[in-house]
Design a protein around this ligand. Sequence first.
Ligand SMILES: Nc1ncnc2c1ncn2[C@@H]1O[C@H](COP(=O)(O)OP(=O)(O)OP(=O)(O)O)[C@@H](O)[C@H]1O
Ligand SMILES: [Mg+2]
Length: 468
Amino acid sequence: MGKILVVDDEPHLRRILISNLKQEHHEVVEAAGVNDARRAIAEYSLDAIITDQKMGDGEGLDVLAAAREADPTLSVVLLTAFATIELAVESMRRGAFDFITKPFVPEVLLASAERAMEHTRLVRENSRLRDTVVRLEGSSEITGCSAPIRELRAKIGRVAPTNATVLITGETGTGKELVARAIHRSSTRAGKPLVAVNCAAFTETLLESELFGHERGAFTGADRTREGLFEAAHEGTLFLDEAAEMSLPAQAKLLRVLTDGLVTRLGSTKARRTDVRLLVATHRDLKQRVEEGRFREDLYYRLAVVPLMVPPLRDHREDLPELCALFLRQVAQDLKTRPRRITADATQALLSYDFPGNIRELRNLIERACILSTEEEITLETLPVPGARKTDGAGHRNYAAPTAAQFAEMMPETHDLREFLASLEKAVIQRALKMTGGAQAEVARRLGLSRSDLSYKLGKHRIKSAET
Ligand SMILES: Nc1ncnc2c1ncn2[C@@H]1O[C@H](COP(=O)(O)OP(=O)(O)OP(=O)(O)O)[C@@H](O)[C@H]1O
Ligand SMILES: [Mg+2]
């Protein structure tokens, strides 16, 4: 069912057309000429137009032009008693959907009108997909200059230009989607669509129909033919997010597509060739899912061609200030305000928090603080860093780190500054050694020291490390 505009200056013919269409339960709008048609195009949201070519006040080609200008997704069928090859070619060149000669067989005209409406819907569907694609192609800038993030960027740079399937893993909120966007952006497919689908958001059948498309009537509710995301991503990239949540039947189908590059819509037997690069993300341990029999092993090996692990924020805390600055700018832009600053003690509190929700949690905290506080500076009061969950992997409690001023308070009134700083340095290194189980490379990374600096300091403070 759709809404169709019938344009003909002959009332008798118009009536025949309209009654044919109404019999099939289509909604019909009528126009007695070109000017009338222009008004109708502006007024109604139409799915197709059938127009006569020769009319008192102009031509069907004028109606076609008006339609294309108002809404390029609208399909137009041209009807004429004076069919010439030239006219047929010209109308197609100008974007007509079909060309039918009078006298027409009602069934033929009806079939053409229905195909025209279907075509309009498909084109609109596609542009809807492209809209989500545009949204996905937002910023793909990966912020941070810590060693783990530099390494991540380098890996993205190496893997992007290839066609390899990449399995992006990492805890929730670490930036997996951002990594997928960055890979697409730096690939040769950057000019083509990046289509994303969240496998966790669909039921079994719906996910399959979303990915592979379906024919009309393929299942209850499939009231029209739809192209799948594989087809929509043709020559581009398809990002399968939360891939571990895919059902076993969907996994089997995906495996077939990956093996032969052919996509078959649900309810169809016709296989279509697609050229799609696949990026896959999950916060789950996919290998473990394989062991549990919840994920196909053969598919796992196809997906994990290049594994890419996005580190948790607690492993690159040194990026926190830069990330804070970025989010303060982004939030200010969203709220159309000036970027706020964060007080030193609030930053310190952030630095000592473990962020189980990773970068997304950080961004949310900052956004919430910016919305709730009207102050120029974000303080500890407006930035409530959760304290309850502050335990690190080694089971130590983390306390909000004291600020520099608080440290100064701790220093006895008369004391040698160098000695005080040296004892502080020693304590910090010892704590880091304890937290990492004596892993010196990790300690050096966390403290922003080179390995040789660290070993010099270990010697200087006579610290014995378990691991040498
Ligand atoms: N290195 C980074 N630089 C800048 N912004 C980042 C970085 N990493 C993550 N973000 C931002 O953090 C938020 C969460 O990232 P993203 O959605 O990519 O995480 P995810 O790993 O896909 O999370 P989930 O597992 O919950 O789906 C986004 O707003 C993203 O732009
Ligand atoms: Mg995600």
